[in-house]
Design a protein around this ligand. Structure first.
Ligand SMILES: Nc1ncnc2c1ncn2[C@@H]1O[C@H](COP(=O)(O)OP(=O)(O)OP(=O)(O)O)[C@@H](O)[C@H]1O
Length: 210
């Protein structure tokens, strides 16, 4: 389902990354673990089609991401890849539901299951609230809901547990796992947080700059 081969990426001559090959089936989970600055966010952006590698390919289903550009890439990404960013990427002037609807709108989905999703993530009661009025934890769950709103085949989460205590870290990982299972999506969590290893056994380690 997801196949990542021979990836090489560099921002400039002093920041080069070699990225391990990845093969994940639908419904599988993977942890990419590495210390700060090792390139975890860079990898996540490549897997999510937000950065193009200088070498190698990321293939999701039958589609090689780097073969798409512009609006086609945006649409493919919006439909098939859900990214939970390290800092919630949600639009603050909008309500919770409007944020999900916007994600649906970009790919021509109706979002029939948005309210169910908000219930499962425990933020249904906040559906009409502007996101500026939410707590950090609630905003993070909206960010997860938004990433899942189009039932992506691949879910990517960047440091989803970084600022959470043990109990809430476990809850957020379980939310991501449950949602991934429900839609038979592949889940990749990128983190420096060793605690996540207790929940996801398959992992690769980012070695940092080469
Ligand atoms: N746009 C950029 N241009 C040049 N260098 C960059 C750029 N973005 C990141 N880097 C550098 O690439 C390296 C890896 O950054 P990245 O954010 O991928 O690491 P990370 O493992 O996610 O770190 P953290 O855990 O601290 O978020 C760092 O040395 C960073 O300074």
């Amino acid at each position: 389902m997801l196949s990542v081969k021979n990836l090489k990426f560099q921002y400039d001559s002093s920041t080069k990354f070699e990225i391990p090959d990845i093969h994940l089936d639908a419904g599988e989970e993977l942890l990419i673990i590495g210390k700060s600055g090792s390139g975890k966010t860079t990898v996540l952006n490549i897997l999510g089609g937000l950065l193009k590698p200088q070498q190698g390919e990321v293939k999701l289903g039958d589609t090689i991401l780097s073969s798409l550009t512009g609006a086609k890439l945006d649409k493919f990404r919006g439909k098939n890849i859900g990214i939970v960013f390290q800092k919630p990427h949600i639009l603050s002037p909008l309500t919770v539901v409007e944020n999900l609807k916007l994600a649906n709108f970009f790919v021509g989905e109706k979002g029939a299951q948005n309210l169910d999703l908000l219930k499962e993530l425990g933020i249904f009661d906040k559906r009409k609230s502007k996101v500026t009025t939410l707590s950090e934890g609630e905003a993070q769950r909206v960010s997860i809901a938004r990433a899942l709103a189009n039932h992506p085949k691949l879910i990517l989460a960047d440091e989803p547990t970084a600022s959470l205590d043990d109990e809430n870290a476990a809850i957020v990982v379980k939310l991501l796992q449950d949602q991934a299972k429900k839609f038979n999506a592949a889940l990749i969590i990128v983190t420096h947080d060793q605690r996540v290893k207790d929940h996801i056994s398959k992992h690769i380690i980012m070695g940092g700059l080469v």
